[in-house]
Design a protein. Sequence first.
Length: 450
Amino acid sequence: MGSHSSKKGPFSRIPEYNLDHFGVITILFNPIKYRSRYEWYHRFDEHMSRSNVTLLTVECIFDCADELDLPQQKFEITSPNDSRHLQIRAPSVLWLKENLINIAVKRLPAFVEYIAWIDCDIEFERLDWAQITIHQLQRYSVVQLFDIAYFLGPGGKKDVLREDYSFAYAYRHDWQIDARRSPTCLFHPGYGWAMRRSVFENMGGLLEFAVLGSGDLHFAYALINRIDETIPHSVHDDYRSLARIWGQRVAQLVGNGSSVGYLPIHIWHYWHGSRENRGYFERWSILEEHQYSPLRDLEKNDYLGLIRLNADRRKTSANDAKRLSSFEKAIVAYFRSRDEDSLKKTTPSINDPNTKLSVSDTLPPSRTKDVDQASDEYHEYIPLENTRSGHVINQLNATSLTNTPQFYHLQSLNTDHPSGYHNQGFHSDYTHSARQNLASELASITEVSF
């Protein structure tokens, strides 16, 4: 970013941070091919450009389209010639957000000290959010990238359906936090987080075996050593045990929440289907009914770290083959049920003057000038258009990504190919992540497949 001399408020006094050291990652996997997801991505991409950050986009498509009756799978928003893009072909339809984030972080150049992973359906109220993020990361190991999120309806910013405080904001203000997200505990665990890269790597990356979602919830509660509260009792013991081990490590790294902060910035979340269709609670029943065990049912590729359903079990056990096939079909059905291109909303706008809210529909007062836990400085909100500043060249660019030697390309080769890499490199224990140096054999670092 350029000079802050034209800004008002406390953040006009923060140092000028080098955005070369800040890597931003977004993920798009969309097996049902909802058009709204692509539309919001393009808006988000432009917003990141105006924020003067380099965005690393990971787009994942699925090789099993025909057998699962999916729409034709092709890359929609990434290019094989753009080094800021990573194209991945996955063999199993799973919720891959956290797995793909972990893969993307390994691709960032070594000089990147701070990383952020952000959903590509949001917009920040300020364009200097990245500078503020790095400023907060001087004090905290991890920060959530907003204090309040406006969940928008099909009508855009004039159609606010809901206000959510960030999980980190609620935690730093000592509010009651409940993983069940009751009407009095409406704190959002996701949308966007940033961490010091060293901490991210020491925790082993994000928990990536939540193959139907809930990764944000697991992460947020792991930060305060309460991950057990996010896992239903009926889920397989392997899931709970592995999550607990990871969660304890996360909590230790961030001082059981003492090193968790937030940005005193609002965000907008754009509409892509109703919240009710997300099935945040119902989707757990799919894991339970299919007795999903990460240890038994997942494989992880040596070279990439990409996960898939266990192919060996499908070959050697008729019962497992039937169960895993049913499991994957249920996951696809869940993605269909989200109906993300629908414009039908079931909640009235809270900024509609004709809407009358009950007490239970409202949240605690949000306008606090004292953001002592967010920043040592007094905060004043500044209109988005006033946060533009002079252009500064960001050296975290296509060249630096291209020259990164840490990421590998596996081609989909037949078994009679001289290299013979067809579907090799998987381990049934997904925790195995040994890597090989295949740099001399790689043709590309922008598309990955099996």
